[in-house]
Every structure is written in C-alpha cells, then in structure tokens.
Ligand binder design. Structure first.
Ligand SMILES: [Zn+2]
Length: 466
C-alpha cells in the first residue's frame, strides 16, 4: 500500500524548521504538484533549485533525513505540474506517499487562510501543527475525514463495485463516516445505501491514510445478512456484483487498501485467516439469533422408523452430513454457543460442528426428541392404528409418551431461556425433527396444514432472529 515505505519512515511530528538548500519543496498550483517523473521515478524541486529563498515555506514532515516543506511559490521551469491522480497512475514508492501526505496538508492550509469566527488571518503556530487566528486567537487543527472500505462476503464471493464517477477500476463499497455515527454504523449504512444489503459479523482489518481525498480509510470485512440480492444505487455505482476469488480483477497499482483487501480475498481463495481481524461490536447488539438444525442421518432414519427418544448413532453418511453442516456454520461465522439435545445422534453432530468452529456445547434436556411412548421404533408411515392415534397426539400420547402440547411447552421454555440467558448472542440448537418443527411455530405464523407437512432434513440449518 502507498504508506508501506519501510525501511523508510515518514515522521510528521511538527518542528519549527527553516528550509535548507537541499530541503524538498512541495509547490502546488491549482491542486497540482510540481514534480519530475522519469520512468515512474518521482523527483521534487529543492530550495536551491528556486534560488535558495522561500520566506513563507512551512515545514511538513521528514522521510528519513530529508525534510519536506510546503512552498507558496512556483516550481522551477524544468519541472511539470501533476495531479494526484496522474502521480498515482504513474509512480510508486516513498515520494508518492510524500506527495499524497503533502497534498492533504496543502488542502488544509489552503482551505483555512481566514478565521471562521472573525475572518482574521490565520497563521501557523510555532509550537504545534495548528493554525491560530492573528485577530481573535481561534485555533484549529488538521482535518482528517474518516471513511470505510467494506469487503462484503456471501457464500464464498465478495462484492466488487465500480464507481459511476472518478476511479475507473474495481473497488469495494466505500463511504464517509457521518457526524454522530460509529464506524460499524458507517459500514452497515454504506452497504445498505449502495447495494441494499444488510450486514453482520463486521471485522476490522487495517487502515490507510489517503491524502488524495484527505481521508483515513478503515477497511472492514463482513457478511451479507440473509438475502444477498443486490439492489444497486445507480447514482453512486456503475456496477456491483458478487465475485468468486478467481474472478477478481485487481487494480493496476498496489497503492490502495481496497486493492489489498481484494487481493487478500483472492489469494486465500475466500478463506480469510481469523487472526488478521479485530471483531467490531454489532450494529444492533440486542439482536439474538438462533439457528436450529436436526442431527445427521441414523439407521432408524434410513429404515424410516420413529426414533423419538430411542438413542441411536449416526451412520457414515450422517457423519458426513455433520461435517458439511460444520463447514456451513464456519462460513456463517457468527455462532458463539451450541445447545444440544442429550441424545447421542444430536450430541455427535454437535461435537463435529464444535470441533470446526471452536465453540462450547451446553446440553439442554428440553431439546430431547418427542417421546412417542409405545410408538417408538414403529415404521413412520405406520399401521392404521398409528395413523388413527396420530390424530390424538396433540393432546395425548399413551404409554408414557408426550403430547404435542407437552413437547411445545418444554421447547418454548427452552427458547424463552435462550432469549434471556444469551441475549445478543448467536446460538445453534442441535436437536431433532420434532423439536425443530415446534421451534418453527415459535417464530412463524403457521397453518395446521403447514405444521403437519413441515419437514426438516438431516443437518438442514434454519435461522431465526429475535
Ligand atoms: Zn479570528
């Protein structure tokens, strides 16, 4: 990136220095900088090149042992004036970073010649980087505009945009922070405004000073929340598309944080290493999310027999389903805790997921499957007697089984407790088909018909929000 100039170092601490003959002068005219560009190599005029005198020069910064000054004077004739965009396209290295940083300071000085309180003349303070009004003493400090760059991810793809105006190459969602807004709110708002997407799991990556627009850019990755259909703001953007890692076309230069983020996603094939991130607070911290899943396949599932509370193990296929579920959960990236039925088939499924996403498992009796009494182990299609009895299951299940009302009572009480105990968290409940069906009624308005036809496949994942 443009600021990565090590082993050189830019030191911007203020010093009341006077320019020496070899000091570099940054001479701006109409926003363009006096410079010479030869084969991408950037050079700036020095004080000795303009006759060794510049009364009004203001110290900007140093890079290693070279001092840079802002000079309110024309550059020498054998230098040309370049826009920041031209320099960005043609040059690289520490002098390009110097040009961007000098430009930022130049804009600040140029925009603040007069006092906003009394219209008096402003002048550079001798002790710090500040301007003081010569009339009323009003003091102002350099202005930096915070802005965010956002890599939005969905199903192994990243959202690549192109701006309608300005920079012509691929970019990510970006925008300025508004007054009174947190950075994470900026991320959520900009993504919503430009593409109509909700986001979650916002993670901070890196920042970058971007003097060309007087910005400090902060890079974030996050995931599309729910529906990932793009509704593009056509005033801001020319295009916005989901892009697989190998389809990403990078910018022609490696100056920008945006480019580094696109490259990182491409080079890791979409598997961003967790250790590069700092997790940000959720924009809506109160929202509790609960995933429900049914255990992997068992022999009794294959035979299509009623399992109920009969404790059976997963098949080979069931283990594979659990592994696939684990991969999906890892991609979701937000599950913090697993609640699990005590039955073996659920427990094993939960353990396979937990091993991949590294979260604790808590067993909850209330997630145990519906107790079918004497119908345990019977064929699911069932005898005529089973079919007839089924009509009564709502209110009674003979031989020590549970009625649907009893089942609903414990499942609802479990979800109520999750809401209280794990408020603001994302929890995965690993349980059973019957339990999942009841859970669905907790969150959704269902008809009797929809309820009786509800089916949850092995390791299918459903997500609810509170
Ligand atoms: Zn004033």
């Amino acid at each position: 990136m443009i600021q990565d100039i090590a082993p050189s170092r830019l030191d911007n601490s203020w010093q009341a220095k006077q320019p020496q003959p070899d000091s570099i002068l940054m001479c701006f005219r109409d926003g363009r900088l006096s410079a010479a560009v030869t084969d991408g190599e950037l050079q700036f005029p020095r004080l000795k090149d303009i006759g060794g005198q510049c009364e009004t020069a203001v110290f900007l910064f140093s890079i290693d042992n070279e001092d840079f000054f802002l000079a309110d004077t024309a550059g020498p004739n054998d230098y040309s004036y370049y826009s920041m965009r031209e320099l960005r396209d043609q040059c690289t290295g520490k002098y390009l970073y110097a040009a961007f940083t000098a430009y930022h300071l130049h804009i600040w000085y140029a925009d603040n010649r007069y006092c906003g309180i009394c219209r008096g003349k402003m002048q550079q303070d001798s002790a710090e980087r500040a301007l003081i009004c010569t009339e009323c003493g009003h003091r102002i400090y350099p202005r930096i505009n915070p802005a965010v760059i956002v890599g939005v991810i969905s199903h192994g793809r990243i959202l690549i945009t192109r701006y309608r105006r300005g920079y012509a190459h691929n970019a990510l969602v970006a925008g300025f922070t508004e007054i009174g807004e947190t950075l994470e709110e900026t991320v959520a708002r900009e993504v919503m405004e430009e593409t109509g997407l909700c986001v979650r799991n916002i993670r901070y990556y890196k920042s970058q000073p971007w003097g060309m627009a007087q910005d400090i850019l902060m890079g974030f990755f996050c995931e599309a929340d729910g529906d990932d259909l793009i509704r593009m703001d056509e005033n801001e953007l020319k295009s916005a598309v989901w892009c697989k890692p190998d389809m990403i076309e990078l910018q022609p230069q490696q100056h920008s944080l945006t480019n580094e983020m696109m490259q990182l996603f491409r080079d890791t094939n979409g598997h961003l290493p967790p250790k590069i991130f700092t997790r940000m607070p959720d924009v809506l911290p109160d929202r509790t999310r609960i995933y429900f899943t049914r255990h992997g396949e068992t022999d009794m599932n294959v035979e299509n027999h009623v399992s109920g509370v009969t404790d059976c193990a997963l098949t080979e296929n069931g283990i594979m389903q659990a592994q696939q579920l684990a991969a999906v959960c890892a991609e979701q990236g937000d599950i913090e805790l697993i609640l699990c039925s005590p039955l073996k088939r659920a427990r094993r499924t939960a353990e396979i997921v937990a091993a991949q996403i590294h979260v604790p498992i808590v067993t909850d009796e209330r997630l145990r499957e519906w107790n079918y009494g004497s119908y345990e182990g019977q064929p699911r299609g069932g005898s005529p007697e089973f079919q007839a009895a089924k009509r009564e299951f709502g209110v009674r299940m003979k031989d020590g089984g549970e009625s649907l009302l009893q089942l609903a009572h414990r499942v609802y009480s479990c979800i109520d407790d999750i809401r209280k105990q794990y408020a603001g968290m994302t929890v995965l409940c690993v349980c059973h088909g019957g339990v999942c069906r009841v859970a669905e009624t907790y969150f959704k308005d269902m008809t009797t018909d929809a309820f009786s036809h509800f089916f949850m496949g092995n390791c299918e994942l459903r997500r609810y929000e509170l």
